[in-house]
Design a protein around this ligand. Structure first.
Ligand SMILES: [Zn+2]
Length: 202
């Protein structure tokens, strides 16, 4: 079947796809800017944040009793393994770090024949960015008691490191928005009041 996309100029298409890949990679490994108290702060990249979050949750390793491994930590470890394994497959260089491989990919002169590959990589990187933001957000979030307005589930069950079932509210909110852990629905910061209203009326 012919789609609209097929009529686009291939050079233009490649240019757009390459730009989207650069953009996605920058969101993952580029320094992050944030405005706090009217001043612009430049912080470490999302990738660096994830790595330090994992290290922080692991503890100091100075002979402390083994700490239980929270599900968030395991999810972060899974995330890191997925990123590293995939990127190392994309850019074969035995000495390069994951960040420098990504940087090389973002600077590569892609050819028209690479278009599908470039688009696939962009989708993958964009998904890593979304997941990392979710995971870091969950660490700075608080549970909201009530049914999710989308899936109507209130409580989720998970297994902790000791093998015990833990029940926790599906809705979690932070300054940047809210998220349902059951159906993956999310609400940006400016919809938090609307969400709170819906939950209150239940
Ligand atoms: Zn839900």
């Amino acid at each position: 079947m012919t789609t609209l996309q097929d009529f686009r100029d291939p050079t233009e298409q490649l240019h757009g796809a390459t730009h989207a890949l650069e953009d996605a990679i920058h969101r993952l490994i580029g320094p992050r800017r944030g405005v706090v108290a009217n001043a612009v702060h430049i912080g470490p990249s999302l990738y660096a944040n994830m790595r330090s979050d994992i290290a922080g949750q692991q503890g100091t390793g100075l002979g402390n009793a083994a700490r239980s491994l929270p599900p968030a930590w395991l999810a972060a470890i899974d995330w890191l393994h997925d990123v590293e394994r995939t990127v190392h497959g994309w850019w074969i260089d035995t000495d390069a770090s994951t960040e420098s491989r990504l940087d090389s990919l973002s600077r590569w002169q892609w050819q028209k024949a690479d278009l599908v590959q470039v688009e696939d990589m962009t989708a993958r990187v964009a998904e890593w960015v979304r997941r990392a933001e979710r995971l870091l957000d969950a660490r700075a979030s608080f549970p909201v008691t009530g049914n999710c307005p989308e899936c109507h589930v209130a409580v989720t069950k998970s297994i902790d490191a000791c093998g015990e079932t833990v029940r926790s509210p599906v809705l979690r909110a932070s300054v940047s928005g809210a998220h349902c852990q059951a159906c993956d629905a999310s609400w940006p910061a400016d919809q938090l009041w609307a969400l709170a209203d819906l939950v209150r009326k239940q």
